[in-house]
Design a binder for this molecule. Structure first.
Ligand SMILES: *[C@@H]1O[C@H](CO)[C@@H](O)[C@H](O)[C@H]1NC(C)=O
Ligand SMILES: *[C@@H]1O[C@H](CO)[C@@H](O)[C@H](O)[C@H]1NC(C)=O
Ligand SMILES: *[C@@H]1O[C@H](CO)[C@@H](O)[C@H](O)[C@H]1NC(C)=O
Ligand SMILES: *[C@@H]1O[C@H](CO)[C@@H](O)[C@H](O)[C@H]1NC(C)=O
Ligand SMILES: *[C@@H]1O[C@H](CO)[C@@H](O)[C@H](O)[C@H]1NC(C)=O
Ligand SMILES: *[C@@H]1O[C@H](CO)[C@@H](O)[C@H](O)[C@H]1NC(C)=O
Ligand SMILES: *[C@@H]1O[C@H](CO)[C@@H](O)[C@H](O)[C@H]1NC(C)=O
Ligand SMILES: *[C@@H]1O[C@H](CO)[C@@H](O)[C@H](O)[C@H]1NC(C)=O
Ligand SMILES: *[C@@H]1O[C@H](CO)[C@@H](O)[C@H](O)[C@H]1NC(C)=O
Ligand SMILES: *[C@@H]1O[C@H](CO)[C@@H](O)[C@H](O)[C@H]1NC(C)=O
Ligand SMILES: *[C@@H]1O[C@H](CO)[C@@H](O)[C@H](O)[C@H]1NC(C)=O
Ligand SMILES: *[C@@H]1O[C@H](CO)[C@@H](O)[C@H](O)[C@H]1NC(C)=O
Length: 845
């Protein structure tokens, strides 16, 4: 949910900015045709153009290849993105945002000879880690400088402080540039006209939070998301009388929000989320908010408010439209009247598990668009008038919450919903006995009614971890053109899988794990060309191996564990089977016959070890993709899937034959489980090349021969099970092998040496010298580094740090584009359109 909010605000603020930018430009009629461009200016622009290529992946937000209209011999003042001064024909404005520019911006660029520039926007291009040139300091008349989201890197040069006329400066969201305290101080001191400052993701951990107070008192916008700021929250912001937008999200600020905040009565939006050591003092909250009469957006996610009385929220400004107080430790009774704030559109109180209260039973018209109360104890009656009147509601997230009454048929009337998440409740199963007598067909209440298919705009539907029974409405396969995320896992659903997946559908994630579904896997699934995750595990599907899934171009995860699949797996039926598959789990079925070696010639994605750790996209923050697999011996649900997570689980079938040597090519494997089959022959030496392997289980087969020494090369190997085979000889020793206990090897009569009690009386197995091993400075899966820790949780319910995923995604170093995984529907649509366009080879607008 945090992400949804983030993006909504970004969306809103970008509109504001855009509006601002456009009004400033159009007010002066720069590109009046009566004045032609000065020759040297034209030349400089053309040379600038020539130094970049146009690359369709260079711009993420929008795409306007403006330099394409730049032609020699034409008036440069008429070129896209160029504005000139009327009298002299010199270039005073250059707006090349989203221009698909790709290349290095060198210090000798002719851009820096355009000395008359006042406004320069190079945002959303790809300058492939160019340093921000000190030459920018030469453009001394600049009032607006936007270099955001363009992959600049290195140190921000102190020469920026020469631009003393700057009114607006944005260096946000680049490739981790850094800003030294001395440069910051100069900048703060000299840019006295500054009104808008954006330095998100500029690394400035050495800058003392108090020096923010040195910035110009004209500031109206200060955006410092994820800057590594640490220390005490600035003691007073009083100086910034004009401050309207303040964003200090994702820093490490401590202390409490000062009382004087209440004097900044121009404030429109505040975002201090993810400052875990920051707190709001109990008695200052109402005083602070009392004066903030213009406040529209207040986001304090994970700021500690455990002593603030929820009732004081009633004093928030009536202009409030967004209130996000998730994970704030709020406790007590929530004032239901807050829902009557006339402008409230977004309310997120997720993860305040001691927060109680209820809704007004009013049917007053209400503009609420997004409501998230997951993991709170606020009682929700989805059948009362208040809810049925939320006609504008687009997002309803009530995962693991306190739902008193619900009737999905009624929810079907909320036709604007794009996300409906009712996971982890007790829906479906329990009919209050008082109602049982009334309801003629009591079974019906336990079913998912087909009226849910009225929600034509749904992108995300999550009804997992409930007690829904009965048949799945067939319409679920094709009711919404936009549906991308469908999770009905962990219910008691029966019957067959709905079979009508139409061509061109947008399904990305389909999870039906843990139901009673029977029949075959519908072949129309091949119409789901965007499908990335398919989890049909733990059902009663009776089928042969579904070869047709091989052709799904985007499939990353296939889980078919614990079903009744049977017959041989004869290897691929297409040239490039499962091109992107990384998690392949067909364990616990009745599959048999020779081990499907041929698949190991392909499985390209599993062969590549992806150092960059691209995370799979999640659509909306608190309920990202999740799948259930056995991880290191436990059935585990992953809330977010690291693309580097490679799992092959063919265990508990009856595969015969040998383990192919080729398996050593699957570099990306983290977990390999072939246990409980009828595999023969030796353990291939090539397994030792799987240096990312963390878990290896070959137990309960018919394997013979020695354990290859090479296995001791696998530095990360934490789980090893070779028990119940027919292995012999000495157990290798060395680093990892010294950590395994006897159970890893038991049931092999011929094995000897540590940790088994049986000595190898003959020559000892050679000890491996660890010194020349790859010691893995790459990320360990459960490591502590900056890397993401997968949130492994029991059954996907309870207090889940869905936001943790969001945190890391935001903090991740690479790729810059990924950081733009903003999850609102506008973006989702844009991305889709682009993706589809690329596929069809056409570009739509
Ligand atoms: C760059 O910053 C401006 C405001 O400073 C904003 O309007 C624009 O959306 C940003 N561009 C991107 C791609 O984030
Ligand atoms: C811009 O040009 C239009 C007509 O082309 C004119 O009506 C308007 O007054 C001009 N604005 C300025 C600020 O010069
Ligand atoms: C286009 O940009 C992408 C990264 O954004 C890069 O990988 C690719 O090589 C570029 N293509 C060309 C032709 O430069
Ligand atoms: C600009 O500098 C770069 C790197 O120093 C160099 O490769 C390039 O040739 C220079 N271009 C011109 C026009 O001097
Ligand atoms: C900078 O702006 C000032 C004041 O508008 C003007 O006099 C001067 O010529 C400008 N300098 C350049 C290089 O355009
Ligand atoms: C401040 O800006 C002026 C030009 O306006 C410049 O001369 C001076 O060197 C700058 N100071 C710093 C510390 O950058
Ligand atoms: C900036 O603020 C700090 C307090 O953090 C102060 O010590 C310093 O003198 C200020 N620098 C300038 C140039 O005003
Ligand atoms: C703030 O963050 C840094 C690392 O980002 C950490 O070392 C430090 O302990 C944190 N401070 C507090 C008070 O948590
Ligand atoms: C709110 O405004 C009043 C009147 O301007 C002022 O006296 C009071 O101190 C302000 N409250 C806070 C918390 O700053
Ligand atoms: C709201 O503010 C008033 C002062 O204007 C105060 O008396 C009242 O207690 C506050 N209400 C709550 C619920 O905090
Ligand atoms: C749910 O609402 C529908 C439509 O109002 C109604 O027909 C149905 O009986 C309700 N179901 C229950 C169990 O109350
Ligand atoms: C496994 O397959 C082999 C050979 O096909 C067969 O002899 C054996 O009975 C099967 N085992 C099980 C448990 O089905």
């Amino acid at each position: 949910m945090g992400f949804y909010l983030l993006s909504l605000s970004q969306f809103l603020s970008s509109i504001l900015f855009l509006f601002h930018f456009q009004t400033t430009i159009s007010s002066s009629n720069y590109s009046s045709p009566s004045h032609s461009c000065a020759h040297d200016q034209s030349l400089s622009l053309l040379q600038f153009k020539a130094s970049f290529s146009i690359n369709s992946s260079a711009s993420g937000y929008c795409q306007h290849p403006k330099t394409e209209s730049w032609k020699e011999g034409t008036d440069c003042c008429l070129w896209d993105g160029v504005t000139c001064e009327m009298k002299t024909g010199v270039v005073t404005g250059l707006n090349l945002a989203c221009s698909l520019l790709y290349g290095t911006l060198h210090s000798n660029s002719t851009l820096f000879s355009l000395r008359h520039l006042r406004e320069l926007d190079l945002s959303d291009n790809d300058f492939i880690s160019s340093h921000i040139s000190p030459q920018f300091g030469q453009l001394s008349n600049l009032t607006h400088l936007r270099l955001n989201f363009s992959r600049f890197a290195g140190q921000v040069p102190s020469e920026i402080s020469l631009l003393s006329k700057l009114v607006s400066l944005d260096l946000s969201e680049n490739d981790n540039p850094s800003l030294e305290p001395i440069s910051f101080d100069k900048l703060a001191q000299n840019l006295t006209q500054l009104r808008e400052l954006g330095l998100s993701m500029v690394h400035m951990s050495l800058v003392a939070p108090d020096s923010l107070m040195n910035l110009s008192s004209s500031l109206s916008t200060l955006i410092l998301t994820s800057c590594g700021l640490q220390g005490k929250f600035p003691s007073s912001f009083r100086k910034f009388k004009h401050l309207q937008h303040l964003n200090l999200k994702f820093n490490n600020l401590t202390g409490s929000i000062p009382y004087e905040f209440g004097q900044l009565n121009e404030l429109v939006s505040i975002d201090l989320c993810f400052n875990a050591y920051l707190r709001v003092e109990p008695n200052s909250f109402d005083k602070i908010v009392q004066n903030l009469t213009k406040l529209r957006e207040l986001r304090l996610g994970y700021v500690n408010m455990d002593l603030v009385i929820p009732n004081s929220l009633a004093n928030l400004s009536s202009s409030l439209s967004i209130l996000a107080l998730w994970g704030c430790g709020l406790q007590g009774k929530f004032p239901g009247d807050i829902f009557l704030l006339p402008n409230l559109q977004v309310l997120d109180l997720t993860y305040n598990d001691r927060l109680t209260g209820s809704f007004p039973s009013s049917n007053a018209s209400n503009g609420l668009r997004s409501l998230a109360l997951s993991s709170t104890r606020i009682s929700v009656d989805l059948e009362n008038d208040f809810f049925t009147n939320l006609k504008l509601l687009e997002v309803l997230v009530l995962k693991d919450s306190n739902i008193l009454r619900s009737n999905l048929t009624l929810i079907g009337h909320l036709t604007q919903l794009i996300r409906l998440d009712l996971a982890c409740n007790k829906l479906g199963g329990q009919i209050p006995s008082s109602l049982k007598a009334l309801a003629s067909n009591s079974k019906l209440t336990g079913e998912i009614p087909s009226s849910i298919c009225k929600l034509k705009f749904l992108l995300v539907l999550d009804l997992s971890n409930n007690s829904f029974g009965g048949f799945v409405p067939q319409c679920l396969g094709n009711f919404s053109n936009s549906l991308s995320h469908l999770n009905l896992g962990m219910n008691n659903l029966q019957g067959t899988i709905f079979s009508k997946f139409p061509k061109g559908n947008n399904l990305v994630y389909l999870n039906l794990n843990g139901n009673e579904l029977e029949g075959k896997i519908p072949s129309s699934i091949i119409n789901c060309a965007n499908l990335e995750i398919l989890d049909l595990g733990n059902n009663k599907i009776e089928d042969t191996f579904p070869y047709f899934l091989e052709t799904l171009p985007e499939l990353h995860v296939l889980v078919l564990r614990s079903n009744k699949l049977q017959g041989f797996v004869n290897g691929p039926t297409t040239n490039d089977p499962f091109p992107k598959l990384r998690i392949f789990d067909i364990s616990s079925n009745n599959l048999s016959g020779p081990f499907p070696t041929e698949y190991f010639y392909s499985l390209a994605a599993l062969m590549a070890y992806d150092q960059n750790t691209v995370y799979m996209e999640s659509i909306y923050a608190t309920s990202p993709y999740s799948i259930r697999v056995t991880w290191k011996g436990f059935e585990t649900e992953f809330e977010k899937i690291q693309s580097a997570l490679g799992i092959l689980d063919f265990s508990n079938n009856n595969f015969t034959g040998e383990i192919p040597k080729l398996i050593g090519k699957l570099n990306g494997l983290r977990q390999l489980n072939l246990s409980h089959n009828s595999l023969r022959g030796q353990i291939p030496l090539s397994l030792g090349k799987l240096f990312n392997l963390e878990s290896l289980d070959l137990s309960s087969n018919l394997l013979t021969g020695r354990i290859p020494q090479q296995l001791a090369f696998i530095t990360f190997l934490a789980v090893l099970n070779l028990s119940h085979n027919q292995l012999e000889g000495a157990i290798p020793s060395g680093k990892q092998f010294n950590t395994f206990n006897a159970s890893s090897f038991e049931g092999n009569l011929g094995l000897c040496g540590f940790p088994l009690p049986k000595d190898c009386n003959s020559s000892k197995a050679p000890t491996l010298q660890p010194s020349n091993f790859h010691d893995g400075d790459d990320l360990t899966f459960f490591g502590d580094g900056f890397g993401w820790k997968p949130v492994a949780i029991g059954y996907g319910c309870g207090f889940v740090f869905g936001v943790t995923g969001g945190y890391v995604v935001f903090r991740a170093r690479k790729p810059a584009w990924f950081l733009r995984l903003v999850e609102d529907k506008w973006n989702l649509k844009a991305r889709r359109t682009k993706k589809n366009a690329r596929r069809n080879g056409v570009r739509r607008n």
